[in-house]
Design a protein around this ligand. Structure first.
Ligand code: ZN
Length: 243
């Protein structure tokens, strides 16, 4: 079974479509949250994700914010403006779909969360120190996360042992062996690792091989749509650079 792993689409339909066009046929899609927020096409992105085969989908902090379930003061001014815009843009059917998404899912050897296994919606795992503290909080061998918008692989050899981190490159494969892993496949719609290309992963479930993918998309087209809605300039500009 081939699984498409996507996260943090953030209402960027051009990026999502580029990912889907670039990926060979897959049997299931695991979407790790933040379908909306920041970008100009929240309803279209949710609809597209819902059409994917074998879908497992989580809620993220921006999805919850768009539903009014999180205090807007928890966001910086630009993000707050984007959340307000999204709140007004959501259709009733999108709202209903987002409201029913879970915060965590287990699929065989994989635990899926948006942020971290100990705080599924909010915690950022940005470094090995934080990842080390999170390993005891999931029961499966591997944990798949999003939220930071930067692809990263954290590994631990033995319980309580040292945690290593590695930034994977486009096309890099990881054979999921006896180590425990926390793996972030980056963001489809708003990468923040200095590379503007959409970031995602493909998992060969049977062989347990994970592969990072990067794909360029029409950034300008997304930016023009955002400008048309008077979205914050900083949020528009960051897509060019991937920060
Ligand atoms: Zn996000």
């Amino acid at each position: 079974m081939r699984v498409l792993i996507i996260s943090d689409i953030h209402a960027n339909l051009n990026a999502l479509e580029a990912v889907l066009a670039a990926t060979e046929k897959f049997d299931a899609a695991w979407c790790l949250g933040d379908l909306v927020g920041y970008g100009p096409d929240p309803n279209e992105c949710v609809e597209r994700v819902r059409s994917l085969p074998g879908l497992q989908c989580l809620v993220g902090n921006h999805d919850k914010a768009a539903l009014g379930e999180i205090d807007l003061n928890a966001f910086n001014p630009d993000a707050r403006a984007a959340v307000s815009w999204t709140q007004n843009a959501l259709s009733p059917s999108t709202r209903e779909y987002l409201q029913n998404l879970p915060e965590a899912i287990e699929m065989g050897k994989y635990t899926l969360v948006h942020g971290s296994p100990r705080q599924p919606v909010w915690e950022y795992i940005l470094d090995a120190r934080t990842a080390l503290l999170c390993f005891p909080y999931f029961a499966t061998s591997y944990c798949l996360i999003g939220h930071t918008h930067s692809p990263m692989i954290f590994s631990q050899e033995a319980e309580g042992g040292e945690c290593k981190e590695k930034k994977p490159r486009n096309g890099e494969r990881l054979i999921l062996d006896n180590l425990r892993y926390i793996i972030n496949s980056g963001s489809v719609g708003q990468p923040r690792d200095g590379n503007p290309e959409a970031s995602y992963a493909v998992l060969d479930f049977g062989a347990a091989v994970w592969e990072l993918r990067r794909v360029p998309y029409d950034v300008t087209a997304t930016q023009l749509r955002m400008a048309g809605f008077d979205m914050p300039e900083r949020l528009i500009a960051r897509l060019t650079y991937g920060w």
